[in-house]
Structures are given as structure tokens and as C-alpha cells.
Design a protein around this ligand. Structure first.
Ligand code: CO8
Length: 259
């Protein structure tokens, strides 16, 4: 297991939790944070006990963006060579286990982008999303112009990226960015319940469902349908699939072997 300075990583039953832990800086995402997120995902993905991963922050901020103080003195060649955001960001997006972002407070810039790298975003009613990079003379760099546009459409994505304004939880849910809103004091309970439910499913079936949904963002409808059909057929090689259907018929709960 890796050791961490900027994040807290724990497991509760079959759920792994990555909690950003730079409260004084509203969880600003430094090089170190991204590196640690990548290492945590490596650990949790390798751990057979874990079936779902939650990424979360504090009550006030999921993450208020990339660390502006760390970035300010850098030049093109530093950013290009280090490409540090790609390290943690790409790692979460490449995780084969289901991931949930539990967002309370600010999810701005890199914070909004980090949330969008997860499979599901569940928001507290205090959540605020935005891509304010334009106000700093820069633009989103880890998916804000791409994942946000796919999630909420061109006009709203342009609105957020060009004005830098924030979107509250209700608008984010209306726009399709978040899957549900819960009261702030219930956020972790609700997210844990969803994560436990997912972790109890057949793990290979969950990985296949995730792969199929993600393919919708990368390909044509015909190609996506073909991938889905192949994966659907592949589930008929799973012990969990025959057990799941047998359990339904026998009116009992399935016992997943995750094989
Ligand atoms: N980076 C560094 N420090 C930050 C950041 C940040 N993104 N956000 C907040 N902080 C710090 C503040 O400087 C302050 O520190 P200090 O007490 O030492 O002055 C502390 O956190 C508390 O912040 P505030 O006093 O500003 O708290 P408020 O409640 O008044 O305001 C806001 C909260 C509105 C969230 C405000 O802090 C804010 O606007 N933050 C910046 C938001 C922003 O612009 N984010 C985008 C950053 S750029 C980015 O994310 C690019 C990502 C793409 C590429 C990634 C590559 C690395």
C-alpha cells in the first residue's frame, strides 16, 4: 500500500474511498495530489476486496481546481513536459472498477474535471460546478471542454467555459451532469449505499457495463451496439450470469463468485 500526504485512502467493506485532504486550500489539485490519486487508484484496483471506488472532498470543496499557486510560475515547457494532470486524471478515467464522485461545495476547474472522470457524480445540495479557467487567462486542460460538452451539451458548456460562472446542484442535475442530488448531511451515506450496491453486483458484469457505456462516448452507434452485443454475449460465459438468472427463478438472492 502506498503512503499519502495530500489524500486519505480507506476501505469500508468492498468500497474504497479516496478523500482529497488539503482543506486550507479547498483541495487544490497539485502535482502531488494527482500523483497520489494515481497511486491510490492503482492500489484499490489491485485489491480484490474492492468493488467500487468513491472520490470525495470536504464539505466546503470537492476541489476548487488545479493549484493556481503551484501553476502560476510555470511556462509552456514545464506544463508540456510534466503533463501532471494527465497522470492522476487519466488513471481514474482508465480505472476498470466503477467510480463515484461524491461532490459537496466547490467542484471548479480541475475539480469539476476530476468529478467528470468518475462514472457517476452524486452531488450534495451545496455543490457548485464550474470551469472558471477563463478568468485566469487559461482554459480547461483535463476534460472541461470535452467531457462537460458531452455531458451537458454545447450551449451550456460554452456558457460555463466562456463566462466562468458557476452552476448550482439543481442546474447540474437538470443538465445531466450529476445523477442525483442529496442533502449535504446525507451525502456520504447515500454515496456509500450506492457504492455498496454496485460493489455487490457481479464484478465482471459491472466492468463490462461500464466499458459498454463508456464506448458510447468514443464511437458510432453501430460500433457501440456491436461492442455492447459482444459484451452481452460474453456475460453468458460468467458463472455470475447463470447464478443470477437461477437465483431469480428460485426466488432467492444470487451469490456472486465474480468469475
Ligand atoms: N489553487 C490554489 N489555492 C486555492 C485554490 C486553487 N485553485 N482555490 C482556493 N485556494 C486557496 C485560496 O488561495 C485561499 O488560500 P489563502 O487562505 O492562503 O489565501 C484558500 O484556498 C481559501 O480560498 P478563498 O479564501 O478564496 O475561499 P472563498 O470561500 O472566498 O472562495 C472560491 C472560494 C470561490 C472557490 C475561490 O477560492 C476560488 O475562486 N478559487 C479558484 C477557483 C478556480 O479558478 N479554479 C480553477 C483553477 S485552474 C484549473 O483548475 C485548471 C485545470 C486544468 C488543468 C490541470 C492541470 C494542472
Amino acid at each position: 500500500m502506498s503512503t499519502f500526504e495530500h489524500i486519505i485512502v480507506e476501505s469500508k467493506g468492498a468500497v474504497g474511498i479516496i478523500k482529497l485532504n488539503r482543506p486550507k486550500m479547498l483541495n487544490a489539485l497539485s502535482f502531488g495530489v494527482f500523483r497520489e490519486i494515481a497511486a491510490a487508484v492503482d492500489d484499490l484496483e489491485a485489491d480484490d476486496a474492492i468493488g467500487c471506488i468513491i472520490v470525495t472532498g470536504s464539505e466546503k470543496a470537492f476541489a476548487a481546481g488545479a493549484d493556481i499557486k503551484e501553476m502560476q510560475p510555470k511556462g509552456f515547457i514545464d506544463m508540456f513536459s510534466e503533463d501532471f494532470a494527465a497522470i492522476g486524471g487519466d488513471r481514474i478515467a482508465r480505472c476498470r472498477k466503477p467510480t463515484i464522485a461524491a461532490v459537496a461545495g466547490y467542484a471548479l476547474g480541475g475539480g469539476c474535471e476530476l468529478a467528470m472522470m468518475c462514472d457517476i457524480i452524486i452531488a450534495a445540495d451545496t455543490a457548485k460546478f464550474g470551469q472558471p479557467e477563463i478568468t485566469l487567462g487559461t482554459i480547461p486542460g483535463i476534460g472541461g471542454t470535452q467531457r462537460l460538452t458531452r455531458a451537458i451539451g454545447k450551449s451550456k458548456a460554452m456558457d460555463l467555459c466562456l463566462t466562468g460562472r458557476m452552476m448550482d446542484a439543481a442546474e447540474a442535475e437538470r443538465s445531466g451532469l450529476v445523477s442525483r442530488i442529496v442533502p449535504a448531511d446525507k451525502l456520504m451515506d447515500e454515496v456509500m449505499a450506492a457504492a455498496e450496491k454496485i460493489a455487490a453486483m457481479s464484478r465482471p458484469a459491472a466492468a463490462m457495463a461500464k466499458e459498454a457505456v463508456n464506448r458510447a462516448f468514443e464511437t458510432t452507434l453501430a460500433e457501440g451496439m456491436s461492442v455492447e452485443r459482444n459484451l452481452f454475449h460474453a456475460t453468458f460465459a460468467l458463472e455470475d450470469r447463470s447464478e443470477g438468472m437461477a437465483a431469480f427463478i428460485e426466488k432467492r438472492k444470487p451469490v456472486n463468485k465474480n468469475r
